[in-house]
Design a binder for this molecule. Structure first.
Ligand code: SF4
Length: 484
């Protein structure tokens, strides 16, 4: 229904004896649902017991029943919501992935939830196959789980500290054994991962949790403590929170698109509340390209904060130009030939009473292929808009992401090889302006030196990115894969 970049994955983990860990994980995943709608899963364990995992295709509220949460009893748990960036949308690729391997005469059981994408997955996969390791999925996440589970080190933290420098790409990972949760992040800090503290009245011990975004802490009554540092390994266990550095931090490369689009507006990232940062993007968008207009409208919901900021800076009224149907995020029944021409109306219905005769400034957060934007412009014209001026709170997307975001191929991107004027002509709007990269950094109060903006600039922060394998690479390379 929308041709924007696809959200990646969300991860969560907590160690909290005496708490309903699976229920807390369920609600944390519910808050992270925007990061992945293809599958959801929770793994839980009693200290010293076994890890039990429940994972399924579907949304969080479709996957888990009350009975599932009762069965997933324990003192620690991890959870995952997925949108596939490596491997197709199949049950086998849902997470947490679980591996049980014999090491040094004992068995190591590991469950793992991953947000990101490895750029050396094929090489590592090949190496593990040669060592006789088999796989039950085609996701890069199982490669990481297998490397940790088969590592000879006695302590899982030692195994992770040795494995981490061998992984190349983007990874924010929450893993668990039977008695602790271990979270770690790639040395560039590409994808987010934060630590929260769960403090209960009458309980002296602080329990810790980790999540992709701080909105997951809010929903379970935890407070944000700090981000997991790039290259850091954090253990949540009986001794509280422990930390070690497994790889020296390299050039920081936090994904700038998290601020623009992916993360929830109520999440904090690098000391920014995203709702506020997005409002500033709207203000700067106006200052960069003012236009004679009567009304500001947003493409709901993603364009809302920037539209408010733009209207504020412009001193123009803002109104709802569309009514959004909030229940079509996941539709299995296709509209069919008769309804196809109304396609986007299933999601956005324009309000002619608001729009007709007006010179509109229309705000959205990004354009990838342009199909949705083209239809939006046409719907607004059909509803009687006098002029349609598109304002986008991100620079033009011209390059694919290899770090965990699914975008179209370069050739499918409307801005690839076209000037802004040519894109405006393709979309059929009266004018078009994209927020400059400088404007994005000004809005978030940060610099390019610590962020990744490769999908806009083409400057990939990791060497070897151009040789990265595609989303389905392990399916071509490895089939058939034996069950683990
Ligand atoms: S390429 Fe774009 S979407 Fe991917 S990590 Fe970099 S800024 Fe984020």
């Amino acid at each position: 229904m929308r041709d924007g970049p696809r959200d990646e994955c969300g991860v969560f983990g907590l160690y909290a004896p005496g708490h309903e860990v699976s229920r807390l994980s369920y609600f944390a995943l519910y808050a992270l649902q925007h990061r992945g709608q293809e599958s959801a899963g929770i793994a839980a364990a009693d200290r010293g017991g076994h890890i039990i995992t429940r994972r399924e295709l579907g949304l969080v509220n479709q996957v888990f029943t009350e009975n599932d949460l009762r069965t997933l009893a324990g003192e620690l748990a991890i959870g995952h919501v997925r949108y596939s960036t490596t491997g197709s949308n199949a049950w086998e690729n849902s997470q947490p992935v679980q591996r049980s391997e014999g090491t040094n005469g004992s068995r190591r059981e590991v469950a793992l939830a991953h947000n990101g994408n490895l750029i050396n997955a094929l090489e590592l996969h090949e190496e593990l196959l040669e060592r006789g390791v088999s796989f039950s999925s085609t996701s890069d996440s199982e490669i990481i789980a297998a490397m940790i589970a088969t590592h000879p080190a006695e302590d899982v933290e030692d195994a992770i500290a040795d494995v981490l420098p061998r992984l190349r790409g983007a990874f924010s990972i929450v893993a668990m054994t039977k008695d602790r949760v271990v979270a770690f992040r790639d040395p560039h800090g590409l994808r987010p991962l934060s630590i929260g503290a769960l403090e209960s009245p009458g309980e002296d011990t602080v329990r810790y949790c980790v999540a992709s975004e701080s909105c997951a802490f809010d929903i379970i009554g935890a407070r944000f403590v700090r981000d997991v540092e790039p290259g850091e390994v954090v253990t949540l266990g009986p001794d509280g929170l422990q930390s070690r550095t497994a790889a020296p931090g390299r050039r920081r490369a936090f994904c700038v698109f998290e601020y623009i689009y992916f993360a929830r507006p109520d999440s904090r990232m690098n000391d920014q509340v995203l709702q506020v940062a997005r409002g500033r993007m709207g203000e700067l968008l106006w200052h960069e390209a003012p236009v004679e207009a009567d009304l500001v409208i947003a493409v709901p919901d993603s364009g809302n904060p920037a539209a408010r900021g733009l209207a504020r800076a412009a001193g123009l009224p803002q109104d709802d130009g569309f009514v959004k149907n909030r229940y079509v995020a996941r539709t299995f029944i296709q509209p069919g030939q008769e309804l196809r021409k109304h396609g986007l109306r299933l999601k956005f219905n324009p309000l002619p009473e608001v729009i007709a005769g007006k010179r509109l400034v229309v705000v959205d957060d990004s354009i990838v292929r342009g199909n949705t934007t083209r239809q939006i412009v046409q719907m607004l014209r059909d509803a009687g808009a006098a002029e349609v001026h598109m304002r986008i709170s991100a620079p033009p997307i011209k390059h694919p992401c290899h770090y965990g975001i699914d975008m179209s191929t370069r050739e499918e991107m409307i801005a690839h090889g076209r000037t802004t004027e040519e894109v405006a002509a393709e979309l059929g709007c009266d004018s078009l302006h994209y927020l400059s990269l400088e404007g994005v950094y000004e809005a978030i109060g940060a610099t390019r030196a610590t962020h990744c903006d490769a999908c806009f600039s083409g400057e990939y922060p990791l060497e070897g990115t151009h040789g990265a394998a595609g989303k389905y690479a392990l399916e071509q390379d490895a089939a058939p894969l034996a069950p683990a």
